[in-house]
Design a protein around this ligand. Structure first.
Ligand SMILES: [Zn+2]
Length: 443
């Protein structure tokens, strides 16, 4: 028996070897008709990119597709996306309108030749612009644990028979945030298995921040790809559904780490708590399509800045975020609203002085010193603090033009970095006045 069976076994092994060899050949034989991920051209990439897209299933998705098609020639979006990540599964995408006029669309992207996801594409639109972000499954983001659960959730939904060795996720409830990934679902119940998926037991619930997922702008970067949605005035009603009334649009926050976000939250809460005028500024501007971001390229003497054209507040780093600086930049946004009817107004010396005066009034109310007057002589500094006190007592309307221009000249003599700006035409504190009126400060 032993002697017989050895050649038998050898024969079996030989057959197995042949089969393996055949399989091997089949697997590695290049197919001339089938392009690989690296060899596809732009035309093929476009076909693959929109392969699973069906028009008229979602208005925002249609908008995004139209935008991407229009911009692809100039931005070269599609080919590198397909080469690097694979094929978007539009049929599993999720479109949400979270707050007034802010939309987002999340699209899982399937690996080129296997049943797994490589990334999520997220398009976010405000009336101002539309941005795209790519969240890679393998990337190490600060929030990558939650991303892992989201990818698991998508993969278990999309791929039949997808096996999870140790974990699977079940969404608990829908989120209502636009802030990228967490917009999809805010919580997951995570189940674990000790028997390769035969039985599952509840392990823990993983919840994201209810409003924000903090994303380092470089990790992953967001790329502006075009106009806002809905464009023009007419679109809003079409996609409304919730009356278009009391919604809001919290700032888009970019590149700010958790510590910076905590500082931002504290600063905002402080501004909203005690002093009526600062509270009114936030009421006016916070939900007015602001973007708040870190820009490490700001000059050393420039801890924060406001860009009127993009409605963006920048801080040089997250340590520099505090209530006074946030108020300063938000007041510039308010000047646009008040002077420009929402349109950008160019930075001027007068606009800076009014802003510094407003922040100093806030600081004086909170027993803090001036943001600029320490550069004056001691006598002038105390005169200035007395002036703030009298404004607090008597309101803005009692400031004479002469007084205002005297302090403006002293301000510019100290704050020489503003001397290159045009002087500007706002020779009275009209924006402050309009805020004080809301607080019944003026008699
Ligand atoms: Zn300023």
């Amino acid at each position: 028996m032993h002697i017989k069976s050895i050649p038998h076994i050898l024969f079996k092994l030989f057959v197995l070897f042949l089969i393996l060899l055949l399989l091997q050949c089949e697997r590695y034989e290049p197919s001339p008709d089938k392009p690989t991920q690296e060899t596809i051209n732009q035309e093929m990439a476009r076909n693959l990119f929109f392969k699973h897209y069906t028009s008229n299933t979602d208005a925002f998705m249609d908008y995004v597709v139209k935008l991407v098609k229009t911009k692809d020639d100039s931005l070269n979006l599609i080919l590198p996306l397909v080469q690097n990540y694979g094929i978007p599964l539009w049929q599993y995408s999720k479109s949400i309108k979270s707050t007034r006029n802010v939309y987002s669309l999340t699209i899982p992207v399937k690996a080129f030749d296997q049943d797994s996801l490589t990334s999520l594409l997220i398009f976010t639109s405000t009336p101002r612009d539309t941005k795209i972000r790519v969240f890679e499954k393998r990337a190490k983001y600060p929030y990558s644990d939650k991303l892992k659960d989201i990818f698991l959730h998508y993969e278990s939904t999309i791929f039949k028979g997808f096996k999870f060795a140790t974990r699977k996720t079940v969404p608990v409830h829908e989120g209502n945030s636009t802030k990228c990934v967490m917009a999809i679902t805010t919580c997951f119940e995570v189940y674990t298995s000790l028997d390769l998926g035969a039985t599952w037991s509840y392990s823990y619930t993983s919840c994201g921040g209810t409003t924000y997922v903090w994303i380092d702008e470089s990790d992953p970067p967001s790329t502006p790809i075009g106009g806002g949605y809905p464009e023009g005035g007419g679109g809003d009603g079409t996609f409304g559904g919730d009356g278009g009334g009391s919604g809001n649009s919290e700032p888009t926050v970019e590149g700010i780490d958790q510590r910076g976000y905590d500082r931002l939250t504290t600063a905002k809460n402080t501004l909203e708590t005690v002093y009526c005028p600062s509270k009114k500024i936030l009421e006016s501007e916070w939900n007015n399509y602001l973007t708040i971001q870190i820009n490490s390229n700001l000059a050393v003497d420039n801890p924060a800045a406001f860009n009127s054209n993009t409605n963006t507040i920048q801080f040089r780093n997250s340590f520099l975020i505090n209530d006074s600086r946030l108020l300063h930049e938000t007041f510039h946004a308010f000047q646009d609203t008040y002077w420009g009817g929402g349109n950008p107004t160019p930075p001027t010396q007068m606009a800076e002085f009014e802003t510094f005066l407003f922040v100093d009034l806030y600081r004086h109310f909170n027993n803090q010193g001036s943001m600029w007057a320490s550069g004056l002589s001691d006598t002038l500094e105390s005169q200035y603090l007395n002036w703030l006190e009298s404004i607090e007592q008597n309101g803005v309307t009692n400031i004479t033009t002469a007084e205002y221009s005297t302090w403006f000249n002293r301000f510019i003599s100290v704050m020489t970095n503003y001397s290159n700006l045009p002087i500007g035409s706002h020779t009275s504190p009209s924006a402050i006045n309009s805020v004080f009126e809301l607080c019944h400060y003026n008699n």
